[in-house]
Ligand binder design. Structure first.
Ligand code: NIG
Ligand code: ZN
Length: 411
C-alpha cells in the first residue's frame, strides 16, 4: 500500500541517482525542497516534490509532517555493535588517570572484550547485540557496517560474523559485515606475531570466505597493533577472496597507513585523528572515503579528525559512530553530527552530507541509500517539529526524531 508523507516543512538531501558521494566545497550544499511531499511504494521512494504539485488524493496511508523535517536515515559506516558485556571499569580507570594505551598494555582493552566474548554463547551474543541494533534504529540509523574483531580466534571470529549474518536476516536495515581478525594480537601470539598473521591468512580468511560471512576486510593499522607490513600481508591475502579493505588508520600515529590503504583501493580509511600532508595527498585522486569518528575523540579525549582540513582540501568526508565497548560506547549518529559541527567546525550541511550519502558510500551502498532519490530505498527520518535543520545539530543531546521509516514501513 502506498504511503504519502505530506506538508513536510523541508525535505533534505535531494540527489540525482548518479551522485554517489559529495566532496570538498560541494559538501556545503544540501539540496532541499520546502513544503514538500514524498510518496513511497513498497520499500521505495517513487515520487517527491513541492506540495503545490502533489496530486495524490486517494492514498489511504498518509502522514502529515507539518512543521517537521524529513531526511534520509543515517548510514553508519563504522561500528563494532556486536560485542559482549561492557568495559565500564576501564572507563573509571581512565577517569582515575590511566590512558587507553596503558589499559591495553595491561591486557585490558580489545583483549578484555575478546575474553568476555569467548565466554559468551552465540545466542547470548546475538541477544545482547540486537538490543543495541534496535536502539540505533530508533535513533535514525537505517544502515550499519558491523565489524568482527573481538573473536581473535577462528572459532570466535566466525561466531561474531554469524551473529552479524543473523542480524542481517532478522532486521530490515541494510547491514554490511567486515572481517577484523587483525584487531589485536591475542596474548598467546605476543611473541609470535607472524603466527597470528598466518592464522588469519591461512585459516580464518578461507573459512570466512567459504561461508560468505564478510564483504570487507579491516586491520587496526597502528603502533603496538598491526604494522604496515602486517597490514599489507592481510590486505594482499584478502584480495584473493574479493574482500575490499576498510581500515583503521592514524588513530594515534601517522606512519603511512593511509597511503597503503589507497594503494589497495580501500573503500574507506577510518579514524584519521592524526593526519599529515602526505596522507591528504594520498587521498586526492583516490576513490577512498576518509571517515571521522568524533564520538571516539569525545569519549577518549583524543584529537578530533581534522575534518575541516580534509574538506577544504577538496576531499569528501563521512561521519560514523565507531560504536564499541572500549572507545565509543554510543551508536548515536545524532550526537556524531552535532559533535562534528561543534568540535570539527563542519557546517550542518556538511555534517548531514557526511552522515548520509558519504556514509552510504563508505559502506558501498550509496546507489541505494543515503539520499532522497526516486528508486532508492525509503529509509527516512521524520523529525519532531523543529525551527530548521540547523536545530538538529544545535540542540545536541536532545532527541528530535519523531518517526523512523525503514524500507517504506514505520519502525
Ligand atoms: N581502535 C580500534 N578499534 C576500536 C576500539 C576497540 C576497543 O577499544 O574495543 C576503535 O575503532 O576505536
Ligand atoms: Zn573502530
Amino acid at each position: 500500500m502506498p504511503l504519502l508523507i505530506k506538508n513536510i516543512k523541508e525535505l533534505l538531501q535531494i540527489r540525482e541517482p548518479d551522485i554517489l558521494k559529495i566532496s570538498g566545497a560541494d559538501m556545503k550544499t544540501l539540496p532541499t525542497i520546502k513544503n514538500a511531499y514524498l510518496l513511497i511504494e513498497h520499500d521505495t521512494i517513487v515520487d517527491f516534490g513541492s506540495m503545490e504539485n502533489c496530486n495524490y488524493s486517494d492514498i489511504d496511508q498518509v502522514i502529515d509532517a507539518t512543521g517537521k523535517i524529513v531526511l534520509p536515515t543515517w548510514c553508519d559506516s563504522h561500528t563494532h555493535i556486536v560485542y559482549a558485556g561492557n568495559r565500564e571499569q576501564e572507563f573509571v580507570d581512565r577517569i582515575n588517570g590511566l590512558s587507553y594505551e596503558e589499559i591495553a598494555n595491561r591486557g585490558g582493552g580489545i583483549l578484555n572484550s575478546a575474553k568476555t566474548l569467548e565466554n559468551t554463547s552465540e545466542e547470548d551474543l546475538y541477544k545482547q547485540s540486537i538490543e543495541r541494533v534496535k536502539k540505533v534504529i530508533k535513533l535514525g540509523s537505517g544502515a550499519l557496517e558491523i565489524k568482527s574483531g573481538y573473536g581473535l580466534s577462528t572459532e570466535n571470529e566466525i561466531k561474531m560474523l554469524r551473529v552479524i549474518k543473523r542480524i542481517k536476516k532478522e532486521f530490515p536495515i541494510k547491514i554490511k559485515a567486515t572481517f577484523l581478525g587483525a584487531h589485536a594480537f591475542p596474548k598467546e601470539f605476543k611473541d609470535n606475531k607472524q603466527g597470528y598473521l598466518d592464522l588469519i591468512i591461512n585459516d580464518m580468511l578461507p573459512k570466512i570466505a567459504k561461508e560468505n560471512l564478510a564483504h570487507y576486510v579491516d586491520v587496526f593499522c597502528e603502533k603496538g597493533y598491526f604494522s604496515l607490513n602486517d597490514t599489507q600481508q592481510i590486505l594482499e591475502a584478502a584480495k584473493q577472496y574479493h574482500l575490499t579493505p576498510k581500515i583503521h588508520v592514524n588513530q594515534f600515529n601517522a606512519f603511512g597507513g593511509v597511503e597503503l590503504a589507497v594503494k589497495h583501493n580501500a573503500l574507506s580509511v577510518d579514524h584519521l585523528e592524526m593526519l599529515n600532508e602526505s596522507d591528504i595527498n594520498a587521498l586526492k585522486n583516490s576513490n577512498t572515503m576518509p571517515v571521522a569518528l568524533p564520538s571516539c575523540s569525545y569519549f577518549l579525549s583524543i584529537p578530533y579528525t581534522p575534518g575541516r582540513q580534509i574538506i577544504d582540501a577538496g576531499l569528501p568526508l563521512a561521519l560514523a559512530t565507531d560504536f564499541n565497548p572500549g572507545s565509543t560506547p554510543s551508536g548515536n549518529m545524532n550526537f556524531v553530527v552535532s559533535t562534528a559541527c561543534i568540535k570539527m567546525k563542519l557546517t550542518p550541511e556538511e555534517a548531514i552530507n557526511a552522515a548520509t550519502i558519504n556514509g552510504a558510500y563508505a559502506m558501498g551502498i550509496s546507489n541505494q541509500y543515503g539520499s532522497i532519490t526516486k528508486g532508492k530505498k525509503a529509509n527516512l527520518i521524520i523529525t519532531k517539529q523543529v525551527p530548521s535543520y540547523n536545530y538538529l545539530p544545535y540542540a545536541f543531546g536532545e532527541n528530535n526524531i519523531d518517526q523512523v521509516i525503514i524500507n517504506g514501513t514505520l519502525y
